[in-house]
Design a protein around this ligand. Structure first.
Ligand SMILES: [Ca+2]
Ligand SMILES: [Ca+2]
Length: 353
């Protein structure tokens, strides 16, 4: 995961550049020229041409609108490698409209649009139910949650792959993962499960893990629901800068009721130091209730720049993107909402100029 590291680098560069003229600014000062807030939304709407990536190039505007769409034919995990500006989009055989599990890569993420062909693409016949994806930009390794197969499939040098391939490694799990998230600075992988679990699995040095390797830590969460039948954790996102973990729970996938939740765990390092699998940990804050508009929050991403700390949620059942302020808790209304027909996975790029 590049964000915190790259943010730090750019801040450091700014400090060093200005140092000769004005003396050193403290680290963590807001960027003099804030970068765009681009939100990539994986669209899973039915109908021809609606399986794509929609881009809100100014997601921090008062009323954001879709400025570009990339016709990938895919519906699931979306990621941008902000080091190489490559957009990555995965599909799922579970969607009749997206029968191909082809993983597609597009150069020039900040400008690519509907006319572009993939720069590269690969298929893996054993990747049948892709959900969330994440990318290690040092090793160019792509991690894909292959949900119903209870595994994470890992592809090294992924943008260089073409044709039919097999995974470089496969991490086998006891439950069905919806999300997988890599944090580069701490070199950790976070995994949340769709059903049958209240646990977040955390692997250190995931590039060394294979097969049925045990997680280095398991964080059990005290969730809105007490039974596995109702709880459906969907995505986990970790801010290294803030040391905060965010997890979404769609609750009952249907009916279309306001039963979704977002769990916020602050000071994760401290929490993990004492967490055991014997008892669930109460989140620092739980956002849930009618006013939150949370029904089926499929994904979460966070703008953790100084002075922002906005939480972006893809609310699939409500056909909206919801934005909560950092301290939102309980039955809090979102600070902002904007429409999207069928938001599945999201990726917030706050680093690429
Ligand atoms: Ca729900
Ligand atoms: Ca995501």
């Amino acid at each position: 995961m590049t964000r915190t590291f790259k943010n730090f680098s750019s801040t450091l560069l700014l400090v060093c550049t200005l140092a000769a003229l004005t003396g050193c600014e403290p680290l963590g000062a807001p960027d003099a020229a804030p970068k765009p807030t681009r939100l990539y939304v994986s669209s899973s709407a039915a109908g021809t041409g609606n399986q794509k990536v929609d881009v809100f190039d100014a997601a921090d505007a008062a009323a954001p609108s879709i400025t570009r769409s990339i016709q990938s034919g895919n519906t699931e995990g979306v990621w941008v490698d902000t080091e190489s500006n490559i957009l990555i989009h995965a599909g799922s055989k579970a969607f009749a409209a997206s029968p191909s599990p082809t993983v597609k890569f597009y150069a020039n993420s900040t400008t690519v649009d509907s006319n572009a062909a993939p720069t590269s693409q690969f298929t893996d016949t054993l990747l049948t139910n892709a959900r969330e994806i994440t990318f290690d930009d040092v090793r160019k390794s792509l991690y894909i949650a292959n949900q119903t197969k209870n595994e994470i499939r890992i592809y090294d040098n992924a943008p260089s792959l073409t044709g039919n391939v097999t995974a470089s490694r496969v991490l086998t799990l006891p439950d069905d993962p919806w999300s997988v998230f890599y944090d580069r600075k701490s070199d950790r992988l976070f995994i949340a499960f769709d059903t049958g679990s209240d646990s977040i699995y955390i692997y250190n040095n995931p590039q060394l893990k294979n097969g049925n390797a045990a997680p280095d830590k398991v964080l059990r969460l005290k969730t809105t629901y007490n039974t596995n039948a109702q709880r459906r954790l969907h995505n986990a996102w970790y801010s290294n800068k803030l040391d905060v973990l965010y997890v979404t729970d769609v609750g009952n996938g249907s009916p279309d009721s306001a039963d979704g939740s977002v769990y916020v765990v602050e000071q994760l390092a401290t929490v993990l130091a004492t967490a055991t699998t014997a008892a669930p940990v109460t989140p620092t804050r739980t956002i849930t209730g009618l006013a939150t508009l949370l029904k089926n929050p499929t994904d979460v991403d966070v703008d953790d720049r100084d002075g922002r700390e906005d939480i972006y949620i893809s609310e699939k059942a409500g056909a909206k993107i919801l934005v909560f302020k950092f301290g939102a808790t309980g039955n809090a209304a979102p600070a902002k909402t904007f429409p999207h027909p069928s938001p599945e996975d999201i990726f917030l790029d706050i680093f690429t100029p």
